[in-house]
Design a protein around this ligand. Structure first.
Ligand SMILES: Nc1ncnc2c1ncn2[C@@H]1O[C@H](COP(=O)(O)OP(=O)(O)OP(=O)(O)O)[C@@H](O)[C@H]1O
Length: 271
């Protein structure tokens, strides 16, 4: 569905140039849940911005259903980490959620219904008339997720969406996202620093090297679904996958970028 081929991105030029991404190739299938992990500064956000058409790659291609992405595609919605900057404090929750729908759905009744369904999906029906600042951090992040869902995207890109909330809220939001994925079949691509989170959520974990980044390894996650915060994380296989991804990230953080991109995971061979 989404295909990235030999993506390279350098910011600036000459002596000021920063080579963020050297060579990324990956595909995301319809309905798949892919998590991206990598050391800080590896270019994860840069990659997401290239995928949703907000940044132009220096070279390489991004295609969606075979068509090149040259600007923000209507099939993709994004949720970013910092809800305090992505929600408009002077708009109510329902207006915030309805904002991106104005250009997509003409009927106000249709928009209102989509907003109500999305708020219901994240457990916030009844909070539509509140303002973001009247809600807790976790609730505000659920509003941001509802805004992504109301748009009914085919692909939801999530960039560190749970980074600014406490551990318990984070676990609740992870389960919310899994439930939404099961209910809607939306394709998910999520960037996280949290390796447990990546293994818990994903069908595949893509490990990026340190900058300038390449895909170090793609790790298939063969844990059974539905997943559960306690039983899934107790499985020996969970510990094995987690340790494998952690080792890769530690190694690349120490050694720098990998010499050869896209090695296939040996840990996934049992699949
Ligand atoms: N607009 C920009 N101009 C110049 N350099 C940039 C710009 N945006 C990002 N960079 C640089 O590109 C590299 C990759 O940044 P990016 O934010 O994509 O990494 P990341 O993996 O998402 O980081 P983190 O995990 O810390 O959020 C970094 O070295 C960063 O300083």
């Amino acid at each position: 569905m989404l295909s990235v081929t030999n993506l390279r991105k350098t910011y600036g030029s000459g002596g000021q140039a920063v080579e963020a991404i050297r060579d990324l190739t990956l595909t995301v299938d319809k309905g798949e849940f892919v998590c991206i992990v990598g050391p800080s500064g590896a270019g994860k956000t840069t990659m997401l911005k290239c995928l949703c058409g907000l940044l132009k790659p220096s070279s390489g291609t991004v295609t969606l259903d075979g068509a090149p992405v040259t600007g923000p595609p209507k099939e993709i919605a994004s949720v970013f980490q910092d809800y305090s900057r992505s929600l408009m404090p002077w708009f109510t929750v329902q207006r915030n959620v309805g904002l991106p729908l104005r250009n997509r759905y003409r009927s106000a009744a249709d928009r209102a219904e989509r907003v109500a369904t999305a708020l219901d999906a994240v457990g916030l029906s009844g909070f539509g008339d509140r303002y973001p600042w009247q809600l807790s951090g976790g609730m505000q992040q659920r509003v941001a997720i509802a805004r992504g869902l109301a748009y009914a995207p085919e692909i939801l890109l999530l960039d560190e969406p749970f980074a600014s909330v406490d551990a318990q809220t984070r676990a609740d939001l992870e389960d919310l996202i899994l439930r939404v994925r099961d209910d809607t079949g939306v394709t998910m691509l999520l960037v996280t620093h949290d390796i447990d989170e990546a293994v818990y959520l994903a069908d595949r974990v893509v490990v990026m090297s340190a900058r300038p980044s390449v895909v170090l390894e793609t790790v298939p996650v063969d844990l059974p679904r539905p997943r559960d915060q306690v039983t899934t994380k107790r499985l020996p296989r969970f510990a094995e996958l987690r340790a494998h991804v952690l080792t890769l990230i530690r190694r690349t953080a120490l050694d720098g970028a990998a010499p050869t991109p896209d090695q296939h995971s040996t840990i996934g061979a049992r699949r």
